[in-house]
Design a protein around this ligand. Structure first.
Ligand code: ADP
Length: 590
């Protein structure tokens, strides 16, 4: 719909009202003026007639009609009025402007008729004799109570027309001036009204664009000011509510995004309403891109789909386990419940996903560990049992055999002891590292390495292995001396064990900007690439038989790794099969 500007609403009615009222005023004024003028002329004519009546009646009594005519002409020209004397028969016997004999019977003239009837006759009409509109006033002239003639006075009334025409012209001119003034006034008034409205419109547009901090100027008429104030109040209120809503949303967002659990909301059609970062990570998707998409477009996972269907159709909260494969295999514990709006209408489901992969892996590791421990312990225990049974089988054994059997039993018992010692040591270090109770103090690294060297001296000399120590006495570390000594000794023990006799072993400590590294190098058998990633695991051995023969438990490197971690560092290995290995312990620099 075409909308008119305010100006066109105000201006035309203003002009029309002005013109109509001016026209009405003009009409009324001209009618009243004309009436007033006619009344005035009539009274004037009547007064003149009254003045002349006695004279006329005297002359008539004298019976001198010629005298009457000349008197009429004389008085008429003096008074500027036409005088006519008419006998009751209708014959004109005197006229100030015409010769009476040329004039026709005047009995029919309305004013004459009225005067003959004894009243004062009055008439306005066009005079054919004088070719002008005249006002006629006729007065009866009486003698002895009888009307003996009629004295008629008349004057042209065209002058009033002219007067009125000038008035009309003036009024027309005046109207035009007033109309012009009305235009100016219309423009001014509409501007005055529309300017604050325009400003309000602009302000409202600013509000609509979301700039609720801006304010409308409060001025103009009372209504305008009140409207501006109300709109300002509305904007402030709206701003307040929006701020609150935004704050609440941010708080909720902050809570959701800081949650470790993935939170996912879907509607009844399984379209994603929202999800937090953790959920996006678990599902291997982008949060913003996933919003509004169907779950199937985001992740194709039958487990999750089934679970969400169950959550959507169940009135009770549901719980289940889902395996996700978007980021490798991940085990997720899922909890789902129906989402309802303020009217209690169900519109979707909320699913909380808890990544239990680590837990699962730990459980696996623990199971494997228990199995490994049992297996490791089983072998010596079975041997011990076997030899004890042999000794107790009732048969007689030679003292040499008995001694040999007892030596074997003792060796296996030692092995059991070593395994148990290593296990205890490992669990103690793990526990202390977890509880943060490993006591660390600033120590000179060289003294620790010398301590480890001493521990390995015997076995090194047995295998004719020379150990070279390269370490500056200025390197200090924050360490638990006994533990670090144990770790280095383990590495040296391995280096000696897995090297051929006479092969050299080097311990080298170096310091960089942010760490201290202890390298234990050997030129032994080396380790195949495929084992390197698992070598620090408990009971992991490249060659089980060889390890066992060398008295290894498969726990040494695991102990090294845990000790390094308890110091805030790490353990690493590099190796080339057939050429040797380099094991290193990285410690944070002081
Ligand atoms: P073990 O008690 O068997 O030595 P470790 O945990 O100390 O157990 O070592 C695990 C495995 O890593 C060993 O069985 C061995 O196969 C390999 N290994 C460790 N150190 C070396 C080394 N310096 N050279 C070659 N292989 C090594």
């Amino acid at each position: 719909m075409m909308r008119k500007r305010l100006f066109w609403r105000i201006f035309p009615p203003l002009v029309i009202i002005t013109i109509v009222s001016l026209a009405a005023l003009t009409w009324y004024a001209s009618t009243a003026l004309r009436q007033f003028h006619l009344d005035h002329v009539a009274l004037d004519l009547e007064a003149q007639a009254h003045l002349l009546t006695p004279q006329m009646s005297d002359l008539l009594d004298d019976g001198n009609p010629a005298r009457l005519d000349s008197l009429s002409k004389q008085l008429g020209s003096r008074a500027g009025t036409r005088l006519t004397i008419i006998l009751p028969s209708g014959r004109v016997i005197g006229d100030s402007e015409e010769a009476p004999e040329t004039m026709d019977d005047h009995r029919d003239r309305p004013e004459v008729r009225a005067a003959l009837a004894g009243a004062i006759g009055r008439s306005v009409r066009f005079s054919h004799t004088l070719q002008k509109t005249h006002m006629y006033v006729a007065l009866p002239v009486r003698s002895d109570g009888k009307v003996i003639c009629v004295l008629r006075t008349s004057r042209p009334v065209t002058s009033i027309r002219e007067t009125l025409r000038t008035l009309y012209d003036d009024l027309l001119l005046g109207s035009m001036v007033v109309a012009l003034l009305a235009v100016v006034a219309g423009i001014w008034v509409s501007r005055r009204i529309s300017r604050p409205l325009e400003e309000m419109k602009r302000g409202a547009e600013r509000f609509a664009r979301g700039d609720l901090d801006s304010r409308l100027p409060v001025y103009g008429t009372e209504e305008m000011a009140a409207l501006a104030e109300t709109m300002n109040q509305m904007a402030a209120e709206l701003n307040d509510r929006i701020q609150k809503a935004v704050q609440q949303r941010n708080e909720l967002e902050a809570v959701l995004s800081s949650m470790v659990e993935g939170v996912l909301a879907v509607d009844n059609e399984q379209r994603i309403i929202s999800m937090n970062e953790a959920a996006a990570r678990l599902l291997g998707t982008n949060r913003d891109r996933a919003q509004g998409q169907h779950l199937l477009e985001v992740i194709r996972n039958a487990d999750l789909e089934r679970f969400i269907e169950k959550a959507l159709s169940s009135s009770e909260p549901v719980e289940g386990e889902v395996t996700l494969r978007s980021l490798g295999e991940r085990f997720v514990q899922a909890y789902g419940s129906i989402l309802t709006d303020s009217q209690g209408k169900e519109f979707g489901a909320l699913v909380v996903l808890n990544d239990i992969t680590k837990l699962r892996r730990l459980e696996g590791v623990r199971r494997e560990f228990v199995a490994n421990v049992s297996h490791e312990l089983r072998t010596p225990v079975t041997s011990i049992e076997g030899f004890i049974e042999t000794l107790l089988d009732g048969r007689s054994h030679t003292p040499e055999d008995t001694k040999r059997f007892l030596e074997i039993i003792s060796r296996h018992a030692d092995r059991l002891g070593t395994i148990i010692d290593d296990l205890l040591s490992l669990s103690r270090i793990e526990q202390e590292a977890e509880a943060g109770t490993v006591e660390l103090e600033e120590t000179q690294l060289e003294s620790i390495l010398l301590g480890a060297l001493q521990i390995c001296e015997v076995i090194a000399s047995e295998r004719q292995i020379e150990i070279q120590l390269i370490c500056s006495d200025r390197i200090n570390v924050r360490a638990n001396g006994a533990l670090l000594e144990e770790a280095v000794a383990n590495l040296m023990d391995n280096a000696i064990k897995y090297s051929d006799p006479g092969s050299p072993v080097t311990i080298e400590a170096s310091q960089s900007e942010d760490e201290v590294v202890i390298h234990v190098r050997d030129k032994g058998s080396g380790i195949e690439e495929e084992h390197l990633s698992r070598i620090f695991e408990r009971f992991y051995r490249v060659d089980k038989a060889r390890s066992r023969k060398l008295g290894g438990t498969g726990l040494g490197l695991s102990i090294v790794k845990h000790i390094a971690q308890a110091h805030g560092g790490s353990a690493a290995v590099e190796s080339i099969p057939g050429q040797g290995s380099v094991f290193s312990i990285h410690l944070p620099r002081l």
